[in-house]
Design a protein around this ligand. Structure first.
Ligand SMILES: [Mn+2]
Length: 426
């Protein structure tokens, strides 16, 4: 289904007066605090976060999966779903594909469909964490790090194939998340598997087109429970540095051990110009795939503060970051969750933009601990929802994307069109 601009305007109309009232009040207060409100809203309008193709269907737990309804059955339908989200919030104008789940049969047709929905392709994702049908070698004991050179070669070739698909579609980056690891002490030689991984990545890196980047994702555990080959940002950064200028670290919020200081990791990577990709989600215990901002909104805000201040700093030489939501839900309607996720990201971004950088630096210079904390908390405790709604509206989206989605009973319409059926992917 497609959502027309007229339908969105019609939805906004009755909400406009009360929205304007709230926006005016907040704008007045923020202007007094020295915030350039119009510029801030423009930055929210410009912010785009990619939607991964695997977030459009319900995910499972390791114990099972309850199928949703109206899930996309093809790449075309996945693009339509992201098009729908983007029409609603005008902030999710990119899709991140996964090979082999989303192999484009006809690249020209897919590109035309993308254009129709005003969408771009974000990073391509390879998959060496499960065996595909007709695959010669198994990844049960690893892929890029495997002890057997034939398995490593197969995994490298898969990544090269993903790059070729991405080139056809106009993507500019490859994300490598490596599930390789071990579940028992002694199972692997740590040095050998890391060296193997580096050499495999070097072959992939050598095949990257000149204007492409490769993002190396890290994760401390899971699917294996004793070690993973690329366990933390330091290992990813080490590999990215050894590979060269086109290789970057990718930070996934869920891929840290409890209480890790992720904002500090972000700051360090920005200092080195090596933060390439960023995956949003939230977690209580581990990689829980929960909705970004649902558990730790203050952490999300602190991370955005580092992103904003780091990227705005003329001393920082970091390329634009590829932002993506990386979560998959087994309880929620996936599209409703993605609308909540994008809004949570925009809210944290808006709060970070409120912080008076000069005042904060002055407090830091004076070692005014209380003053610095007040500056941060004052911004976080501001209700910035009118700013985010205004950004959605100015960009041509709905003032209340989730409200309109529910009012139109989109899931029911998708069910009527597509019926029951599990989305391709996880
Ligand atoms: Mn991820």
């Amino acid at each position: 289904m497609q959502l027309s601009k007229a339908r969105i305007q019609e939805h906004n109309q009755p909400l406009l007066a009360s929205h304007q009232l709230r926006l005016n009040l907040l704008s007045e207060e923020l202007s007094e605090r020295g915030v350039a409100v119009r510029d801030l809203i423009q930055r929210l309008v410009d912010f785009q976060v990619a939607i991964p193709s695997w977030a459009l269907g319900t995910g499972g737990t390791r114990f099972g999966r309850y199928a949703g309804v109206g899930e996309p059955q093809s790449l075309e339908q996945k693009i339509e779903d992201v098009g729908l989200l983007h029409a609603l919030n005008r902030s999710s104008g990119a899709i991140s594909l996964h090979i082999p789940w989303d192999i484009p049969e006809n690249a020209a047709h897919i590109k035309a469909l993308m254009q129709e929905h005003d969408l771009a392709f974000d990073a391509m994702n390879s998959n060496t964490f499960q065996d595909q049908r007709d695959q010669q070698h198994s990844y049960k004991f690893g892929s890029l790090s495997h002890t057997d050179a034939a398995v490593r070669k197969q995994a490298v070739e898969h990544n090269l194939e993903v790059i070729r698909y991405g080139e056809e579609l106009g993507s500019k980056a490859l994300t490598v998340w490596l599930a390789d690891g071990s579940s028992f002490p002694g199972q692997r030689n740590f040095r050998t598997v890391l060296q193997n991984t580096y050499e495999s990545l070097r072959e992939i890196y050598a095949a990257l087109p000149a204007d492409w980047k490769v993002f190396v994702e890290y994760k401390p555990f899971e699917p294996y429970f004793y070690s993973t080959v690329i366990q933390d940002w330091g290992t990813s950064f080490l590999l990215a540095n050894k590979l060269g200028d086109k290789a970057y670290t990718l930070v996934d919020l869920g891929h840290h051990l409890p209480n890790a200081n992720i904002e500090q990791i972000v700051a360090t990577l920005l200092m080195e110009g090596k933060l390439g990709g960023f995956h949003f989600n939230d977690s209580k215990y581990a990689d829980d795939d929960l909705t970004v901002g649902s558990i730790k909104p203050y952490q999300l805000y602190l991370i955005f503060l580092e992103l904003v201040h780091g990227m705005d700093d003329p001393q920082t030489n970091n390329p634009p970051i590829s932002y993506m939501i990386d979560a998959s839900h087994n309880l929620k309607d996936p599209l409703e969750d993605l609308l909540q996720s994008v809004e949570a990201i925009q809210l944290a971004y808006a709060q970070a933009l409120l912080v008076d950088k000069q005042a904060l630096e002055a407090a830091r210079a004076d070692n005014d601990v209380v003053g610095a904390q007040e500056i941060l908390q004052n911004a976080f405790r501001t209700d910035v929802r009118p700013l985010v709604r205004e950004a959605f509206r100015q960009a041509g989206g709905a003032l209340d994307p989730l409200g309109l989605y529910r009012k139109l009973d989109v899931r029911r319409q998708l069910y009527d069109e597509r019926g029951v059926g599990i989305a391709t992917g996880l």
